[in-house]
Design a protein around this ligand. Structure first.
Ligand code: SAM
Ligand code: ZN
Length: 272
């Protein structure tokens, strides 16, 4: 089956979850677009995703960054994180990743749960969603804004939000009864080898982000996932390309590192 046909049939199967980002009405998946009863229409791309933005947005995240993230994740950069998050997701049946980037977190985490999961991934960067659609299937891949997610209220058991901005009011709207938000944020050791090389080891503090999560969500659990990932020489250029940490670095820097630290906090909360 062609990529677009497989995508359309997956979307059609789950069209009851969609809501129009303009008027909030239900949506019908048709041949080349998704349409609400007020005739607000969004194109389905041949590459297997749907663009639900109401106006185009330019972001600094480009194709090269998402390709590099994809390759690094294939090499296991986030494997221990995925194992921890999959354990938290457990038996839950539907997952949306908001700020999904190139989609590997969602695919790898749901694969580890060994359940048939309903999956959706949304990102404001079209290049991220295009990369996701290139590598992963059986997911509603969607270009959209996480502040106005084109899915109905109470439509997901899990909202994932990994290394991306949050909008807790919108996340809570999406959660089913007993649904959970899993937010992953960096802690002080995260990619410290790069921050030491480029920023002389800047002060790092994620307390404000944690406080905002705690003010917005209930029944919080918190886990820290910390490990070192060995780096072969071919992975180093990919590591430099996959992160905004190198965006403002103009001079080429000789880096001599053989491993990189991953140090993340996993915050889990319920809507009420
Ligand atoms: C550091 S990247 C992380 C991407 C992915 N979760 C990962 O870990 O590989 C942050 C992502 O948040 C996305 N993002 C930023 N603002 C957003 C918004 N308002 N709605 C949806 N996505 C957004 C960016 O486009 C980018 O893909
Ligand atoms: Zn509409």
């Amino acid at each position: 089956m062609k990529k677009i046909d497989r995508f359309k049939s997956y979307m059609k199967e789950h069209e009851n979850l969609l809501s129009c980002p303009i008027c909030g009405d239900s949506m019908d998946v048709q041949d080349h677009h998704v349409l609400c009863r007020q005739n607000h229409s969004f194109d389905i791309a041949k590459k297997g995703y749907v663009n639900m933005m109401t106006q185009p947005v330019h972001t600094k995240y480009d194709k090269e960054l998402f390709e590099a993230r994809y390759q690094m994740i294939q090499h296991g950069l986030y494997k221990p994180l995925h194992e921890k998050v999959a354990e938290i997701v457990g038996e839950r049946q539907s997952v949306i990743d908001l700020g999904c980037g190139e989609g590997s977190h969602l695919t790898d985490i749901t694969r580890l749960t060994e359940r048939q999961t309903i999956k959706a991934g949304l990102d404001i960067a079209k290049e991220g969603v295009m990369t996701a659609a290139k590598y992963h299937q059986d997911t509603i891949w969607c270009v959209g804004d996480l502040a106005k997610v084109p899915f109905k209220q109470a439509s997901f058991d899990v909202v994932l939000n990994i290394l991306s901005p949050a909008n807790y009011q919108e996340f809570k709207r999406l959660l089913s009864d007993d649904g959970i938000v899993i937010k992953v944020i960096p802690n002080s050791g995260y990619l410290k080898e790069l921050r030491e090389a480029f920023y002389d080891g800047d002060d790092f503090d994620n307390q404000d982000t944690k406080d905002r999560f705690k003010e917005s969500m209930h029944e919080i659990d918190e886990y820290r996932v910390t490990y070192q990932k060995p780096l072969s020489s071919e992975l180093l250029p990919l590591l430099l390309k996959m992160t905004p940490l190198t965006w403002n670095i103009e001079e080429p820097v000789e880096l001599d590192i053989t491993e990189v630290t991953v140090d993340l906090d996993v915050l889990v909360g319920k809507g009420e």
